[in-house]
Every structure is written in structure tokens, then in C-alpha cells.
Design a protein around this ligand. Sequence first.
Ligand SMILES: C[S@@+](CC[C@H](N)C(=O)[O-])C[C@H]1O[C@@H](n2cnc3c(N)ncnc32)[C@H](O)[C@@H]1O
Length: 396
Amino acid sequence: MTPDKIAHIQTLAAEITDLSRTLKGSSEQFMVDSLPYLKKSEELVTLVQSPAEHATSLIIKTMETAVIRTLLSLNVLQTIPTTGFISLQCLAEATETQASLLERLLRVVTRTGFLIHENGAYHHTNTSLAYAGPLGALFTPCYDEGIRALIRLPEYLSVKEKEEAKNSRYSPFTWNEGQEGKTTFEILSNMPIRTEGIHTLAMNVQHLRPYTGFFDYAKLISEDRERPVFVDVGGGNGHVIKEVLQAFPQIRPEQCILEDRAETLELARTMGLLPAGVKLLEHDYLTRQPVLNAKAYHLRAVAYNLGDAELVQLLKQIVPVMGPDSKVLIAENILFDDNGTAFSTVSDMIMLCIGGKERTERNFREVLEEAGLMVDGIHRSPGLEYGIVEASLKMS
Ligand SMILES: C[S@@+](CC[C@H](N)C(=O)[O-])C[C@H]1O[C@@H](n2cnc3c(N)ncnc32)[C@H](O)[C@@H]1O
């Protein structure tokens, strides 16, 4: 190791020690406080690791990812008691899994420190306990709808054109599912648990995708009480309309419309999140928008599911029904031009698999321009990549 490298390691180690003094105990706080600390620690590990050690740890991490997903599907993590221990035999019996298979899987995650194995029994760490609960509900769709196809990307690209998916019907995801020709959501419509997983994920990333606080929805209010105000295109289970109406009670529910596929509307009805009065409308967003002259057509976590050509197609279905003061509001990550955050990078890889993409401000401007729209404003949520791109009809 060169003296320069050793000096760099020592500097980083000192910076990490300094940063560790700013860490606070409470779990919510800890997440935010620990980010710079984690970043420096990762930098230090990368610097100290040999290339071979890097490869070994990468392989273990990849295997750990698959093993954690497997342990969740076998109900193993959920069966380990929240406090106390469980023996291999009891775990095998409770989950109806062969003990020797389980032992080998568990070896991977005890090796990484995810779970503890002591005195012949297993117990949770804080991390594994979180996966047994709500974190597992976020991790599972990322794995199922993204990582599974991403792992096969080299194989996919060896048999396909070496380019981004042309549309959401022919993507690494549809190929991996053996269902090319159908969109991701058409495929998932026969798998209620996986569909629900996606909606749970969408609802549980509010710290990265806040509903409000960066766009003044009150400016959409119309004097005309009959005019549609807020059309949530691909609006999901209704959680977005619910939150927007809660923050802006001046908007009348009767002037809001939730548009989505039939099975998602059914989910919205079952979940009962929508305030009374909100209309539900089955609609395929790649066909002509049925609601005329709304104040706003809102697309949250929809644009990133689509490649540029399909997004232009979707927007072109809205443009002809817009009034002169109608807005298109695209709520998405708006990527910073330098290295993206971990969240948007992960999300972009998942979107790459399903034929969509995360976009920079320039990408949004290009797509909107092609659809006949112009950008009126970029409203970023403070400190986040996430925000709303506000657009209206291009002046001719
Ligand atoms: C990632 S979810 C986002 C849902 C919601 N906007 C949110 O922010 O949570 C994408 C939504 O698009 C809907 N969707 C997919 N294909 C569609 C289509 N062709 N027409 C209308 N909605 C569609 C899905 O059912 C799903 O609700």
C-alpha cells in the first residue's frame, strides 16, 4: 500500500470517528444522521479492500439478497421470535422446511451478521427483525419485480438487442416472466399478492416521495364547481388523493377522479382510503383521456414505469382534452445531473427491467416537448431528488 493511500485511510478513519460523535440514538433520527457516516464508512471499506475481497463480499451480498428473499417466502424470519431464541429443529418444523437446507441458508445470513447463531439457536438482530415486518414488504417487490430480472440481464442482452426496452411489453421483466407481449401490470394483475406489494411499496416511501410540502395544490381550485380539478392518472389505491385532499381541504372530493386499471380500482374500493365523493374511473392511460378540461392531470410514480416513447404516447392522449389553463403534473424523482442518490439509482435499475426509466430535468423537458407540452415549473421537495414537473399546453 502506498504512503498516500495509507494517509487517505487515516484521514477517512478520523472523519468517521468525528462523524460518529454526531450520531443520535432515536431510530428515526438515526436514519438521517447516519447517512454521511455510512457514506464515509463505505468509502473506507472500498479503499482498504483488495479487488479479490471486493469480489468475495459482492458475491456474498448477492447471495444474502436471494437468501433473505427465500427466508421471507419460507416464513422463516417471521417465525423467529421477536425476543429470545429458536432452535434449527423448531424453525424447520414450524416452517415445514428441511432442517439441513435451512441450516445452509441460515449460514449465509449469520455469516454476514444479519441474524445471530449462538449456542445452537437463532435470534434476530434489529435488522432482521425489521425485515420480518414492514421492511420485508418493501424489500420483496424490489426483489420480485426488479432484482430477479436484473440478475438475468447479461443473459437477456446476449439474446436481445443491446438497448433499452422499446416498450413495457418487451422488457427484461416480461422476458424473465416468460410473458412477452403483456405489460408488467397486465402480468401482475393475475398475482394479487405481488400487485399489493407494489402498492404497499408506493405507500411506504413517503420520506423519499412526500405527498405534499412542495407544490401548492390550492392553486388548482376552480370557481366552476362542476369542473374536474384533480385527475389522478394511474392513481393506485387512492392514497395520493387522500393525502392531497387532507392537506388541501379546499379541493372538493367531487372534483377529483381516480383513474386506473380495473383490478387497482377494486383494491382502492376495498382499502377504503378515498374520501367520499371521489369518482373512480377505469381507464387505460395509453388510450384517449376521457376527462375533459380538468385543472390538473396528475401522474405520480407512473412516468417512471414507461420508456420515452410510451410516456409521449400517454401524454399525447391527454393533450387534446386539455384546456388553455389545464396542467399536467408529473410527480417523480427528477434526477440530479451528477451521481444519483441510492434510492433513484436502485429505482432506475428496477425501471430498466420493466421498460421504464428515472429521468433528469432535461429528459422530462424533451419528452414533454415531444408531446406538445411545455414546462412551467420544477417544484422539488427540499433536499430530495423528488418533485413535481408542472407543464401546460405549448403556445403555438
Ligand atoms: C407504481 S403505481 C403508482 C400508483 C400511484 N400513482 C402512486 O403514486 O402510488 C403505477 C400505477 O399505474 C397503474 N397502471 C399500470 N398500467 C396502466 C394502464 N395501462 N392504464 C392505467 N393505469 C395503469 C397501475 O395499476 C398502478 O396503480
